[in-house]
Ligand binder design. Sequence first.
Ligand SMILES: [Zn+2]
Length: 416
Amino acid sequence: MHLRSSRFILAVLVLGFALSFAVRGQWPWTRLSDVPTAHPIVVTLPFREVRDTLQRGETVSTLFARQGISGLDLGALARTLQLDPRRFRAGMVFSVRRDVNTDEPTHVEVRASDEQRLRFIRTSSGSWEGEAIPVRWRTDTIRVAGGIETSMYDAVDRGVSAATLDRGERIRMVYDLAEVNEHSVDFSRDPQPGDRFAAVVERMVSEDGEMRFGRILASSLSIAGKDLKAFAFADGGRAAFYDADGKALKRAFLVAPVAFRHISSGFSRARFHPVLGRTRRHEGVDYAANTGTPVRAAGDGIVVRAGRAGGYGNLVEIRHRNGVTTRYGHLSRIASGLRAGVRVSQAQEIGKVGSTGLATGPHLHYEFRIEGVARDPKSIKSDAGAPLARSSMDEFERDRDVLMRLLDRTTLASAR
Ligand SMILES: [Zn+2]
């Protein structure tokens, strides 16, 4: 109480001074005019630095010659530093430092990779020495969120600024988000205008200010009328994702047998309409993807056929538990060794996307059948994921609560 009132008095005093300054345009005390002031020290750098970019089709020696660097045998230094000279590619920026008096190059520095910087220093005898310096990266935790208008790509483009993560890294994040939720959401077809996503992710920041997406720690999706939460948790060393109750997100079936990262961005809903079970002519879901894209088994099972099958072209059919069968059509190639009777596990590659049989372009024709009847794989009441062991629950709940607060912006704003 005493502390609080003295803080209040201090605040009133500060405000009073500020007001007095604002009204009279002068400090409420007389300024000393005869305080001796030191002359500013002008710092003269003993060197001058230029940056030069390795051009396409140019060798490092050409760049060195242009900079007047002589006697720097990069080949020999590369051997002692155990680096591959082919790592020097167009676009790499070399910083060349020169002595201001002699204009002689004395230092050359280049970022040779994400993890390494090379520094070459000219010795007094005129020869060059080199050293490899590791680039330091630190990890921070950020929250990203956005609304969906057309696709997940547009959602992250609008929700995550280029200053947070550049486009390539944002896309890597979407791919991981899709993978984390691949047992409940089909990122290529489920998101609708008005849906939302939020995620807490690790981001790596280098000492040069570059940013990389690290990994997803938690996600929250409002997609197709469902609210889905995912929390990373390392149970006995292996990290996996769990819902808020500590049940594994992993289920008996993947929603889509083609990973979202492989779905053609020019996916047309009009041409590949998901007419599941609605018409007699088309009883599956089509995924547009390039020829050669890996096709994964949606769940554990036993192959019942693998080969040519009329309009299906190259077809793989798998029998799973509970009367479920899945079919994968138009494959350009069936995985070697895959034939009737062979056991497959979830996400195992069973073939490649193609356009064999009656197909107008490369795509996967996927059917999910129960007792022979084509069904929407998402309409199936999903089996519950395996729960965490009792002994891990306390730790999980602690981690989950921290992540939940980070996911929830309103909580974040009021957090101290
Ligand atoms: Zn089809």
